[in-house]
Design a protein. Structure first.
Lengths: 359, 236
């Protein structure tokens, strides 16, 4: 075993001592599940290969999906799992294509704040010998801000869908306010759709080829016209969402300034955040100094939908040493209706070795 | 040691490449029997002509088996990861223009932009239970483009030819393909989205960063002089 492998086994043993059960996962995973979950972008990041009998397969880009699937096949509740092994990611430049991950996942229905705190504190303890900067965030706050906008359910759903794509999210927000680069083409389209009945327009445009039917086209036209009658998103609300996104500071300070905004829709999410901070405090974490960035986890961790965290080394050449978060929605997708609240994370032992770590 | 120049082995692309070099005082020609892939360069000593399929030129450049190569800028960007690290763009040659575009059925009167396509993809997935299919052979370029524009809920399906027909054949809902006049798209009842194309391609002279340039320094200086090219850093 090389140093990173030894360190990985050492971390795994500590997780077992803390009550986690070791799980394993195949290196070859069915591509379809991962593609449906992550979208086409995963092809740029994961190695895809073809099996004559099983079709497209992927070299495991992470453990989360197989661990959730294994749990769904009959894990106890609550359950704590740990694992260690290589994952594979395509890289354009010098970073490792094959590297180790050691992970810890907690599946529990009760007391999610306590579960969040347990996982974060576990990672903080495992990494306590290293000079790392912790960072936390909460996608739940962003979701609450979107849900709290004074606008149609359709617009909220469109924004929710793009929370993990910050540029698109901003462009959509601007368009809904009648501003930005997407607004003019949309206005042109609406003019054309208003001028002629939908049926005539499609008829004039030419034969309908492909699977998308005239009915589906008519439905979207109706939706577009309906949306056009929805008043523009007030500038103050757009500014409020942006203000939430830009918040960073100590977790307690951020919670306080979010409260001061007096936005009622955020209240339940803020109760969660404060409850989590209390639970973290109970677990021995100083939340008065714990960094919080509202934007954290939006670009790199698309399935996290609540608490998110990372441990970052002050070295430009190293990716985050550890990352994690809550992914309740993903378990619902993978469980096909059955869901279990879940929170967990991974450590990269290779990065710890690069920082001078020893097993 | 000879400086190897890779050029397309047939068709209009070859003819126009030969013509472009002729305007710089270099005579490129095929030699030997009609179907033999052999050629010669007159006007500067020490240059060997290598006739290749345009689609293989990016790979040969990346491997350093040729020093210079003429091919479409789309092929280099599609074939080579981090292409700027592997080749240097020396000259845009002003022919072989074609745009890589995203096209949808004309009957989709509700779709003019990627913003619309993204919304349709979400509704399509909810309705049909699978991600909206876009047929293309330019997987890397199209994926990067759609990612940059924040389009989700789509999948790329491979199409190596007759891509415009995939929609009618129900194997895709939209396509991303190269077009110069748009005639084939029109004939297949398709329209181009209003956004900027994925890529505007043209024939381009590339230099390999992997080739051994040390043994051909004098030839390189003479040739670059004739072509009016300045010094290109990083070719060693």
């Amino acid at each position: 075993m090389n140093a990173a492998e030894t360190l990985a086994q050492n971390l795994l043993a500590q997780m077992q001592d803390a009550g986690a059960q070791v799980v394993t996962a195949d290196i070859l995973q069915p591509a379809e599940t991962l593609l449906d979950l992550y979208g086409e972008d995963i092809r740029a990041r994961a190695y895809v290969t073809h099996d004559p009998a099983l079709g497209e397969m992927m070299l495991r880009p992470d453990f989360t999906v197989p661990v959730v699937q294994a749990h769904m096949k009959g894990g106890a509740e609550p359950a704590r799992y740990c694992y260690a092994g290589p994952v594979f990611r395509k890289q354009v430049k010098g970073r490792a294509r094959e590297y180790l991950q050691v992970g810890y996942e907690l599946f529990a229905r009760d007391n999610p704040n306590h579960a969040d705190a347990e996982v974060f504190a576990r990672f903080a303890q495992l990494l306590s010998g290293y000079d790392l900067r912790p960072v936390t965030g909460d996608i739940g706050i962003l979701k609450a801000a979107v849900a709290g906008l004074d606008t149609s359910a359709r617009r909220k759903a469109a924004l929710m869908r793009h929370i993990w794509r910050p540029n698109r999210f901003r462009a959509l927000l601007e368009r809904m306010g009648g501003q930005g680069p997407l607004a003019a083409p949309r206005a042109d389209l609406l003019r054309a759709l208003r001028a002629t009945p939908a049926a005539d327009l499609t008829e004039q445009a030419g034969p309908v080829v492909g699977l998308r039917s005239v009915g589906e086209i008519a439905e979207r036209i109706a939706a577009l016209l309906d949306d056009a009658d929805t008043p523009p998103l007030p500038a103050a609300q757009i500014a409020a969402v942006e203000a939430v996104l830009n918040l960073s500071g100590s977790a307690r300070d951020v919670a306080r300034s979010l409260r001061m905004q007096g936005w009622d829709a955020l209240a339940p999410a803020l109760d969660r955040l404060e409850g989590r901070l209390d639970a973290l405090e109970d677990a021995g974490i100083d939340t008065a100094t714990l960094p919080f960035e509202a934007n954290f986890g939006r670009t790199t961790m698309e399935y996290y939908d609540g608490f998110v965290f990372g441990f970052i080394a002050d070295r430009a050449d190293l990716p985050p040493v550890a990352t994690g978060g809550r992914y309740d929605a993903m378990t619902a997708v993978l469980g096909q209706g059955r869901a279990i609240p879940a929170v967990g994370g991974v450590i990269r032992p290779d990065s710890l070795i690069a920082l001078g770590g020893r097993a | 040691m000879m400086l190897k120049l890779g050029v397309p082995s047939k068709g209009r692309l070859m003819d126009k490449t030969f013509a472009w070099f002729a305007t710089h005082g270099l005579t490129l020609q095929r030699t030997g029997a009609d179907r033999e892939y052999a050629g010669s360069v007159e006007g500067v000593d020490g240059v060997e002509l290598v006739l290749l399929s345009a689609s293989e030129i990016p790979r040969e450049l990346a491997a350093g088996r040729i020093h210079l190569g003429v091919t479409g800028s789309d092929l280099v960007r599609e074939t080579l990861a981090d292409w700027q690290a592997q080749v240097a763009e020396l000259a845009l040659m002003g022919f072989g223009h074609a745009d890589l575009v995203v096209a949808v059925p004309k009957a989709w009167v509700d779709v003019e932009t990627l913003d619309d396509l993204d919304a349709v993809a979400a509704a399509f997935r909810a309705r049909h239970g699978f991600r909206l299919r876009i047929a293309t052979k330019y997987h890397r370029l199209v994926r990067e483009y759609l990612r940059a524009h924040g389009v989700a809920d789509y999948q790329l399906v491979d199409s190596q030819g007759a891509t415009e027909g995939t929609i009618k054949n129900l194997t895709a809902e939209a396509i991303a393909d190269i077009t110069s006049t748009g005639e084939t798209l029109t004939a297949n009842h398709l329209k181009i989205l209003r956004d900027a194309p994925v890529h505007c391609s043209q024939a381009t002279l590339f230099a390999s960063r992997a080739a051994d340039w040390r043994g051909v320094a004098e030839t390189r200086a003479r040739l670059f002089g004739k072509l009016g090219l300045g010094d290109v850093p990083g070719l060693e």
